[in-house]
Design a binder for this molecule. Structure first.
Ligand code: DON
Length: 333
């Protein structure tokens, strides 16, 4: 007699299979860490060991799968833009937020200034630096930095998230470009709060220390429409989550978003600290850490890893395993 139900047996087999797939993908992706470079325009990030790679997957059925440096702390950087957007949408609503920022891919680098000056009176989207600075301007007088840390700890289920003062100071010394963007936004009436306070608020959020595991928790809540499946607690409204996931898919990897959508097909946001926040809708939250970056500021080995995982766990947004089985078995085509 077996002492587990069929359902449990299925989950166990599935976990084993998933583990094998993730382990193989991890071993393969590790070979690619040497192809990228850590960010050096923020001097503190230049000190990070590029040869690290970690992944944490939280499936919505509660299974957790981790490999490598999944517990190493690194700065959130641009992944904090997702958090700020969530908070802005929750507090101000969609209509107000999109008065100040667009929802279109920019096709430009994350810190581009040209298209903002020449083509548009508002930033293309909230996930590039200009857009995130606009969002920071909307929040800075309404939410304290400590409220934001508390929000990060709740949504990442990680009480150890702290502020990395060295990374913050280091970026504040070298952020002329973001400062220029912020003043340009002020000149266009997009930032109405104090520009220097807005810049500090934005930069502090970039310097929150997280792990791949904390990002997987955040992604898991986004994957389940803003609700924690285990407790039933709602963290974010369904409409906020849908907007955020859509923008992650279309703009989350900057001018690499289209290629990434073809390669991986899962809404993802990168940060120059090497993090990837990856939301496999209704299936899993995935966090990755791989600090060696490509020329667009996205983790090289992290993308390789997610490409493999997406293919072998069949997570591509446009791939439906049930439909695939149906058309193969029933020979509909
Ligand atoms: O503002 C910056 O340039 C950094 N604090 C964040 C940029 C970033 O993470 C771009 N992501 N890949």
């Amino acid at each position: 007699m077996h002492d587990y139900s069929l359902e449990q047996a299925y989950i166990m087999k599935d976990r084993k299979e998933t583990l094998d797939i993730v382990e193989r993908a991890y071993e393969e992706a590790r070979k690619h860490t040497c192809e990228g470079h850590v960010a050096t325009y923020i001097p503190e990030l230049g000190k990070v060991n590029p040869d690290q790679l970690g992944i944490c997957i939280y499936r919505l059925d509660g299974e957790k799968i981790c490999f490598g440096d999944y517990n190493v702390r690194f700065t959130m950087q641009s992944i904090s833009k997702v958090m700020s957007l969530c908070v802005a949408l929750e507090i101000l609503g969609m209509e107000e937020v999109f008065k100040y920022v667009g929802a279109e891919p920019s096709g430009e680098a994350f810190n581009s200034i040209a298209e903002l000056d020449l083509n548009s009176n508002k930033p293309y989207n909230p996930l590039i630096n200009s857009g995130a600075l606009a969002i920071a301007g909307l929040l800075v007088d309404k939410v304290s930095f400590y409220d934001m840390i508390a929000f990060a700890r709740r949504i990442c289920v990680d009480d150890d998230i702290t502020f990395n003062e060295e990374a913050y100071e280091s970026e504040m010394k070298t952020c002329s470009r973001n400062r220029a963007i912020a003043y340009l936004l002020e000149s266009k009436g997009i930032i109405q709060a104090d520009v220097e306070e807005t810049l500090k608020f934005y930069t502090k959020l970039c310097a929150l220390n997280v792990t791949a595991e904390s990002l997987a928790n955040f992604a898991k809540i986004l994957a389940s429409d803003g609700v924690c499946i285990k407790t039933g607690k709602r963290y974010l409204s369904g409409s906020t989550v849908r907007i955020v996931k859509t923008l992650m898919l279309t703009c989350g990897m900057y001018d690499g978003s289209g290629t990434y959508a073809i390669q991986v097909g899962i809404p993802t946001k990168s940060g120059v600290g090497g993090g990837l926040l990856c939301v496999s809708d209704k299936r899993a939250g995935i966090g990755v850490f791989g600090p060696a970056l490509d020329d667009k500021g996205n983790s090289v080995a992290g993308i390789k890893l997610l490409e493999q995982i997406s293919e072998h766990l069949r997570l591509n947004l446009f791939f439906d395993p049930d439909w695939d089985d149906l058309i193969n078995k029933e020979k509909l085509i």
